[in-house]
Design a protein. Structure first.
Length: 345
């Protein structure tokens, strides 16, 4: 120990952060030099159906203490070595966000350190840039709750395309449940769908809805469920076709945004970004245009505390903090509303 602090972090700022926008309760610890010291995720897995916000919030409240302690153990540091506390302030599910915010307030008050509210969507981009080395990419952010094509311009991340109804991850999850797949710890519904889709051979005609730069997945979902119930097609072919159609829509909009912005990199992040087929399709686009493709590793592509910790540090470096009395959550906080003043520097 040096001056009461671990040697490895004695001259660094350290941030602990809470992520709780949806079904995962995560705690991450990062330094201002971009070192991820801990990244612990405890998922809420519903017995049936999708996320039940209040049940998920109860799960988060139950596991919060253990996950925080596990993060400290993984990082090998003590609470007194923390300089900043960050938390997901939005967007997300109200009960889940409020539970995480409460945990963060308690930590900040107990440790007597600044609190920083972080936009969940921006954090996905910033951790992606950190772990892949991307500098100024077009980002495709795809998850259960979000489907966004975005890039930085004039001080903020701008939305070049997004879903008009349900997110692509939600579409795939609902279809997977209709097929009969069951979510398990370590294997989300999308992973089960991907496995079966690899065995598909026949491309079935399904709705393809790209409207300008935006996308719609509700028609694809309705049609695929109807065909599933008709039992006219093999499950493998249906899974394959749903994936191909959804991902083709995503790739089209991303490629168009790439051509418009003339960025040199494509960054893929979010839980759906772990899908190898989607990665291959985007990598092909990047190669065709002579651009670099960057896929965020799964542990940082999923909702996680490390991304909130790193983005909290970026904001704190530029004087951004959140007073306790203003640490209320923003359920519909859009990423283009965030002044990302750290990016240009």
């Amino acid at each position: 120990m040096v001056g009461g602090l671990s040697k490895q972090i004695s001259n660094k700022k350290v941030c602990i952060a809470v992520e709780s926008t949806a079904d995962d309760f995560g705690v991450g610890i990062a330094t201002d030099e971009g070192e991820i010291l801990a990244n612990v995720i405890n998922p809420y897995i519903p017995e049936t159906g999708g996320i039940h916000p209040r049940e998920a919030a109860r799960h988060h409240a139950t596991v919060a203490g253990d996950v925080i302690n596990e993060a400290f153990q993984e990082a090998g540091i003590k609470p007194r070595e923390i300089d900043i506390v960050a938390f997901s302030q939005g967007p997300g599910l109200g009960p889940c966000l409020r539970t995480g915010a409460t945990s963060a307030r308690v930590l900040a008050s107990t440790l007597n350190v600044p609190l920083v509210g972080v936009n969940h969507c921006v954090a996905h981009i910033e951790i992606g840039k950190l772990v892949t080395g991307a500098k100024d990419p077009i980002t495709l952010y795809v998850s259960g709750g979000n489907t966004i094509v975005t890039a930085f311009d004039a001080g903020r991340y701008r939305v070049f395309g997004e879903t008009l109804d349900i997110a692509v991850g939600n579409c795939l999850d609902i279809f997977a449940r209709e097929v009969g797949f069951v979510q398990r710890k370590g294997e989300p519904l999308g992973a089960s769908l991907e496995k079966v889709a690899r065995k598909g051979k026949k491309l079935i005609n399904l709705p393809y809805s790209v409207k300008g730069m935006d996308l719609s997945f509700s028609g694809l979902l309705t049609a695929s469920v109807r065909l599933l119930k008709s039992k006219k097609y093999l499950i493998e072919d249906l899974c394959f076709s749903v994936q191909e159609m959804a991902f083709s829509m995503l790739v089209e909009v991303t490629e168009r945004a790439l051509a418009h912005t003339e960025k040199d990199e494509i960054l893929l992040t979010g839980g759906v970004g772990a899908n190898k087929r989607l990665q291959n399709m985007l990598e092909s686009v990047a190669n065709d245009h002579g651009r670099r493709f960057c896929a965020v590793p799964k542990q940082f592509a999923l909702d996680n505390g490390a991304m909130i910790a790193w983005t909290g540090i970026l904001a704190y470096r530029h004087g951004i903090t959140t007073p306790l009395e203003k640490s209320y959550v923003h359920l519909k906080w859009r990423l283009e509303e965030v002044d990302a003043i750290w990016v240009e520097e």
